[in-house]
Design a protein around this ligand. Structure first.
Ligand SMILES: [Zn+2]
Ligand SMILES: [Zn+2]
Ligand SMILES: [Zn+2]
Length: 204
């Protein structure tokens, strides 16, 4: 029986966080966003998530003074909000992976203490006549996995009998483990704002 590797269900982990970050735009403020060509878009901005909400307000409906008094668009609201979102995904994923890894390790340890593994080791040792297959000099004392592909149900050619010093040299002092590095959570792109259409509003 192959030993299960630690796996996590990303969608299930992300789902409640995605839901939490579905902003209902509880409070908005009318602001002006200036495009690179100098055009201004006047629109409500959500003070929670930073997204554009509602419909654009025509520049000509405002007095010069009212327009001047409008606060500028704040891009930091959105980066803070979506930065928090990404951070929560990362934390949840790290936590879920740690739990899955602990379970997989426990299974692996139980296997290594069991009869099936002991019998396999005895056959590998017998095949090597108890001489290290790394140096063919020292006495073999442990069994090394050439691959973890069939971990838990290894073919005997995937295992070699080796001495402590060869084993230490091979793994560079690190604890041999069938489990690779943890997954990397990618930064999530915030949903895109409507593009600021050029020429839609009167330059200011
Ligand atoms: Zn919002
Ligand atoms: Zn050796
Ligand atoms: Zn090894």
């Amino acid at each position: 029986m192959l030993l299960p590797f630690p796996t996590i269900d990303r969608d299930a982990i992300y789902q409640p966080i995605r839901k939490k970050y579905q902003c209902t735009h509880p409070s908005t403020e009318v602001r002006k966003k200036i495009a690179s060509n100098g055009n201004a878009m006047i629109r409500p901005q959500c003070m929670s998530c930073g997204k554009m909400t509602g419909t654009a307000i025509k520049r000509e409906t405002l007095t010069q003074a009212a327009f001047a008094a409008l606060p500028l668009w704040d891009d930091t609201i959105s980066s803070r909000y979506w930065g928090g979102f990404s951070e929560e995904l990362r934390c949840a994923e790290t936590k879920a992976y740690a739990a899955a890894l602990a379970e997989a390790r426990a299974n692996y340890d139980a296997y290594r203490e069991g009869d099936r593994w002991r019998k396999k080791c005895a056959l590998v040792m017998q095949r090597a006549a108890h001489v290290c297959e790394g140096c063919r000099t020292a006495r073999a004392t442990e069994v090394h996995h050439l691959t973890y592909e069939h971990c838990g149900d290894e073919f005997l050619w995937e295992l070699v009998a080796i001495c402590r010093s060869c084993h230490e040299r091979y793994h560079g002092g690190k604890e041999p483990s069938p489990f690779g590095p943890p997954p990397i959570t990618e930064d999530q792109e915030p949903p895109s704002d409507d593009e600021l259409k050029e020429g839609e509003d009167v330059p200011w």
